[in-house]
Write a protein that binds this ligand. Structure first.
Ligand code: RTP
Ligand code: MG
Length: 140
């Protein structure tokens, strides 16, 4: 296994309920290191571009509106097999299908307001990290 970096976003439903620390603890307890982090408000254009692969999906408009409905915390997680490991810690997209002990099972409100985003491949992770962070903002 290789040390990887992945992009994580604590979504507006989670920042609104003050869950950033609890979610970060899940990452750290699982051996992932938060090597960059900032709390921002996405612009509509940023959210549209970030989720552009879903542009044709019926939920795209609602997803963009949700992602700009409050602050998000964008972060870079680093560790062994970080992309897949983070997806395990997050759990399934729909919290009803998420495994016990995952972030989405324990915190998500719905299939849309599901508390966290995580990159789904190493290639997408690199693109998504560069979307939010410059090299000097990431301290491994
Ligand atoms: P993410 O990209 O946020 O890490 O989530 P994911 O891979 O588990 O799910 P994906 O299929 O990429 O969907 C992106 C986000 O869109 C919202 N969604 N809403 N209403 C719906 O049926 C629906 N389906 C997906 C969720 O916020 C999901 O995380
Ligand atoms: Mg996805």
């Amino acid at each position: 296994m290789a040390v990887e970096r992945t992009l994580s976003i604590v979504k507006p439903d989670a920042t609104r309920r003050n869950l950033t620390g609890k979610i970060n603890a899940r990452f750290e307890e699982a051996g992932l290191r938060i090597v960059a982090q900032k709390r921002i408000r996405l612009t509509r254009e940023q959210a549209e571009q970030f989720y552009i692969v879903h542009a044709e999906r019926p939920f795209y408009g609602e997803l963009v509106s949700f992602m700009i409905s409050g602050p998000v915390v964008v972060q870079v997680l680093e560790g062994e097999n970080a992309v897949a490991r983070n997806r395990e810690i997050m759990g399934a997209t729909n919290p009803a299908n998420a495994a016990p002990g995952t972030i989405r099972k324990d915190f998500a409100e719905s299939i849309e307001a599901n508390s966290v985003h995580g990159s789904d491949s190493l290639e997408n992770a690199a693109t998504e990290i560069a979307y939010f962070f410059s090299g000097t903002e990431i301290v491994g």
